[in-house]
Design a protein around this ligand. Structure first.
Ligand SMILES: *[C@@H]1O[C@H](CO)[C@@H](O)[C@H](O)[C@H]1NC(C)=O
Length: 339
């Protein structure tokens, strides 16, 4: 039987490919990496100022993609993906995305903990505050280290919804511009507890649409009308995931984590487990908890890096781990506003 011409060509082509020297294979890998970088640039609308910048960004992209590919080839409960941070180094990522302000907050002034005597038997096995209408859509802090404002606002939006029945998106920019005393320094970092103190003394926060986010430090615009108020705030007892569960069962809670690892930078889905730092540098919000079908307990977190990061902007982190500080230190400094 005659071999059709097309197949013969295909077979020869294959043999040629297989016998190609290693150097050529490396070149192929590089070519497909160039294609990945090009399509990523299109997807994220990235434009470089010249060929030199493009070449150096390509090297960063290639290193990040290599890290992601080899991580995903391993056996993990979560996976990484190429996202908007693919052409920045982990050092650059830490410098713009996270916040060094938490370091000085190791000792917190004691507050009460209203949920202290809540019985564990009374807690739901899982909760997702999104399904109860207490979580606004995921926001994006952009190139500004004011995660603390997004974290505090997410918890505030939650308690305002639970106490008034109305979900209102509140202004992070008002915190960035106006809450500039003490630890809170706009894009240079801040603390959620200090944000709550400001919201209390300010008589609440303005609606997001009236005081929109512009991702940089600005002049405080006074005279805005408050759209959501809180009475006070409380700290969840430190290093106690059980106490955190009692709080999250009742409302969204601000949480500080170490968000500087590469696994955090490129988290794309699943339940984050395994090793993680505990140098708190990022503020997020715990908006629920649950258990996967394979029995992995997790916290459901809202982040402020847009919807292309993580699970549409959300993140799941392992719950009730052996280390009392919690995954990435999440149990170290949680707090929430009260109505
Ligand atoms: C919890 O119970 C203890 C003992 O009855 C009591 O002293 C404490 O005030 C209670 N805490 C709260 C927050 O109600």
């Amino acid at each position: 039987m005659a071999i059709p011409k097309a197949s013969l060509l295909a077979i020869l082509g294959c043999l040629c490919f297989c016998s190609s020297v290693l150097a050529a294979r490396e070149l192929n890998d590089d070519l497909s990496m160039v294609a990945r970088h090009e399509s990523w640039m299109l997807q994220y609308g990235r434009v470089y100022k010249d060929a030199a910048e493009k070449a150096s960004k390509f090297e960063v992209f290639k290193a990040n993609a290599g890290f992601i590919d080899s991580f995903n080839a391993g056996n993990h409960k979560f996976w990484l993906g190429i996202n908007q941070f693919a052409d920045i180094t982990n050092k650059e990522f830490k410098a713009t995305k996270t916040n060094k302000g938490f370091i000085s907050n190791k000792v917190r002034a004691p507050t009460g903990f209203s949920y202290e005597n809540v019985s564990f038997d009374a807690l739901p096995a899982s909760i997702d505050w999104r399904t109860k209408g207490a979580v606004t859509p995921v926001k994006d802090q952009g190139q500004c280290g004011c995660c603390w404002a997004f974290s505090a606002v997410a918890a505030t939006e939650g308690i305002v919804k639970l106490s008034t029945g109305k979900l209102v998106s509140l202004s992070e920019q008002e915190l960035v511009d106006c809450d500039v005393h003490g630890e809170d320094q706009g894009c240079e970092g801040g603390l959620m507890d200090d944000a709550f103190k400001f919201i209390i003394s300010n008589g609440g926060l303005t609606q997001e649409s009236s005081y929109p986010y512009d991702a940089e430090d600005g002049k405080c615009k006074s005279g805005s009308k408050s759209a959501g108020t809180i009475k006070s705030y409380e700290d969840v007892p430190a290093n106690n995931e059980g106490a955190l569960m009692k709080a999250v069962a009742n409302q969204p809670v601000s949480v500080a984590v170490d968000g500087g690892d590469m696994t955090f930078q490129f988290y794309s889905g699943g339940v984050m487990t395994g090793s993680c730092g505990t140098d708190l540098d990022h503020g997020i919000a715990a908006i629920g908890y649950g258990v996967t079908s394979d029995g992995t307990k997790y916290w459901l977190m809202k982040n402020s890096w847009g919807t292309s990061w993580g699970e549409n902007g959300f993140l799941r982190m392992e719950k009730d781990i052996a280390d009392k500080k919690g995954m990435c230190g999440l149990a170290m400094e949680p707090s929430y506003p009260t109505a």
